[in-house]
Design a protein around this ligand. Structure first.
Ligand SMILES: NC(=O)c1ccc[n+]([C@@H]2O[C@H](COP(=O)([O-])OP(=O)(O)OC[C@H]3O[C@@H](n4cnc5c(N)ncnc54)[C@H](OP(=O)(O)O)[C@@H]3O)[C@@H](O)[C@H]2O)c1
Length: 180
């Protein structure tokens, strides 16, 4: 796939390494923006208070599948019901929320684990298949925990990960009985 990341920090650049290793073409955009017209999917990973500022500098977003990786930390910003909906106001295509519940500091260790760590996501139906592919190609096991209407609830659930030890980050896994 051709992937454009809006944000080239810990999340954007970190996922780019994993996705390139899996054979994807990845272009990284920073605060100066750029063009996403050739992208099959756009990852958005900028600070939550900079979403509109960042996306307003990116051309070619109309109708694109988008994956929003952003968290409402240290607090929620803006008037949209969710960050995912703020993203959708620019792309007007199917949106998923994923990678927000996984620590970028651990990307380098994903493939070293005994079993694939889970990656929870919510999505419009039209974004689910691409999101699952990107999750698998980053070394995680996708778990759809809701549809797009759950985006705000999902964003608000980030506290689940924040107080777990070790503070440097954890993996988690949902498994069917017998899988572990
Ligand atoms: N770090 C994690 O473990 C983690 C995990 C899950 C979710 N998240 C979420 O993912 C998002 C990105 O986190 P990160 O850790 O990757 O952040 P980061 O390393 O600080 O990178 C932030 C990126 O956003 C861009 N940016 C900053 N201000 C901007 C502005 N005013 N306009 C446009 N772009 C701007 C920066 O552009 P330049 O490159 O031009 O400086 C940079 O590429 C956040 O919402 C965070 O909550 C982070």
């Amino acid at each position: 796939m051709r992937i454009v990341t809006v944000g080239r920090g810990a999340v954007g650049a970190g996922l780019a390494v994993l996705w390139k290793a899996a054979g994807h073409e990845v272009d990284l955009l920073g605060r100066d923006g750029g063009d996403a017209a050739d992208a099959d999917v756009v990852l958005v990973a900028v600070p939550g208070d900079k979403i509109s500022q960042a996306l307003s500098k990116v051309t070619g977003l109309e109708g694109k599948i988008a994956v929003d990786a952003m968290n409402v930390l240290p607090e929620r910003h803006g008037d949209f019901p969710s960050y995912a909906e703020e993203v959708k106001s620019f792309t007007r295509g199917p949106v998923a929320k994923s990678f927000n519940m996984n620590f970028a500091s651990l990307y380098g260790a994903v493939l070293e684990q005994r079993v694939r760590p889970s990656n929870w996501y919510v999505a419009d139906d039209g974004a689910a298949a691409v999101t699952e592919q990107l999750i698998r190609d980053a070394g995680f096991d996708p778990v759809r925990v809701g549809d797009f209407t759950r985006a705000r609830d999902f964003e608000n659930a980030v506290w689940l990960l924040m107080s777990v030890q070790p503070a440097g980050g954890v993996f988690y896994r949902f498994a069917a009985p017998g899988e572990l």
